[in-house]
Design a protein around this ligand. Structure first.
Ligand code: PLP
Length: 378
């Protein structure tokens, strides 16, 4: 049997253990510590943005972003419907309600027109504008940020970017996650870099970053005893995990360029098969990290994305269906939705291909051969 090809497997750089060993040598086996400070510094320098706070997960970063934006019980928050559930669930943690907005077909991200319709319609329905907007750069593809920020500013609504999949992607030269009011990153095992589990919140200024650190460490007031004026969380990244992150950041540029290279290989080999479209950047404004290369299958093809997935699986190749939109999830059945079914159609026709930076050209060729052979047999 062929060795298994995974969708997005951790890619270690080699020095991760060194940072962990240093932490052990100095007994920094705790949340916070020198690796956390260093990891934040490396992220800030890479993102060209100060005020990055390392946290225990991307989900924690999204949650604290909403807290900082003042989202509380009963508020509505506009959220891209085409995403992973972790973009929307923190809205519920706050007792607030998500309002889902469809994607547009160029980037697969939030449709600016549907966003504006949602904002004005919610004002009509509830007498209030939504409290915040969560926009996602899905699969690493930058959303149409100029249009979205212009609408957000017109109505005075802050924007939280879910850049969990988009570390290293840029929009008009600016790193994704640094364009909105807050930006969330994830360092889960399957993302661009891993800390085994972790995330970060990119904050607009040093006061916000300071307050996020305070909330993430149980909101303990500077007193000789434990004294609390706000609800806190235990969301800080551990110094051990941050050590992995420091090692990972030594190679971030190579990791992003390798994922882009893998996308080009797929685009070159699959892009000319009639009925198959490799999702690519719509224009020069957007530079995707291509966290995952995704394809769309025309509904005139004699096989479905699910049949292709099972075919790849039979050759020990992991692929994955696209995210099932939040407006199609039972848990969000009652949430308002604005759109015309774009994300639903994408979900129906799309597939994510193995894209990890650790994959060799031979492994990518194996995936391509498997798809081509199946295509030609049909
Ligand atoms: C991975 C991911 C998250 C959550 O990040 P975790 O670190 O796993 O908590 C949020 N949003 C999107 C779009 C993601 O892909």
């Amino acid at each position: 049997m062929n060795t298994r090809i995974f969708l997005s497997f951790p890619h270690l750089g080699g020095n991760e253990m060194q940072y962990i060993n240093e932490a052990f040598a100095e007994s920094w086996v705790v949340p916070l510590g020198p690796n956390v400070d260093e990891f934040e510094k490396r992220l800030e320098s890479y993102l060209n943005a100060p005020n990055v706070v390392a946290l225990s997960a991307g989900t924690a970063a999204l949650h604290l972003g909403l807290v900082e934006l003042g989202v509380t019980a009963g508020d509505e928050v506009v959220c891209q419907s085409f995403t992973f559930a972790a973009s929307a669930n923190p809205v519920k943690y706050q007792g607030a309600h998500p309002v889902f907005v469809d994607s547009e077909p160029d980037t697969w991200n939030m449709d600016p027109d549907a966003l504006e319709r949602a904002i004005t319609d919610r004002k009509r329905a509830t007498g209030r504008h939504p409290k915040a907007i969560v926009v996602v750069h899905l699969y690493g593809m930058p959303a149409k940020m100029d249009e979205i920020m212009a609408i957000a500013r017109r109505y005075g609504i802050p924007v939280l970017e879910d850049a969990a999949e988009a570390l290293g992607s840029t929009y008009k030269g600016r790193k994704c996650g640094t364009i909105g009011d807050f930006g969330a990153l994830s360092f889960n095992g399957n993302k661009i870099i891993t800390t085994s589990g972790g995330g970060a919140l990119i904050c607009p200024n040093s006061e916000a970053a300071k307050h996020v650190k305070f909330l993430a460490t149980q909101a303990r007031e500077p007193m000789p005893y434990y004294y609390h004026k706000e609800i806190g969380y235990n969301y800080r990244l551990s110094n051990i995990s941050a050590g992995i992150g420091c090692g990972q950041m030594e190679h971030i540029a190579e990791r992003v360029s390798r994922r882009r290279e893998i996308h080009s290989l797929y685009a070159r080999e699959l892009g000319n098969l009639p009925g198959i479209t490799v999702h690519s950047e719509p224009d020069a404004d957007a530079v995707s990290n291509f966290w995952l290369t995704t394809i769309l299958l025309d509904d005139k093809l004699p096989f479905s994305p699910e049949e292709l997935r099972l075919t790849l699986e039979a050759s020990n190749i992991e692929s994955r269906r696209l995210w099932r939109p939040m407006n199609m999830q039972p848990v969000y059945a009652d949430a308002p939705f604005y759109g015309d079914g774009c994300a639903e159609r994408l979900f129906d026709r799309g597939l994510c291909l193995p894209s990890g930076s650790i994959l060799t050209d031979d492994e990518i060729a194996r995936v391509i051969d498997c798809i081509k052979n199946y295509y030609q047999s049909k």
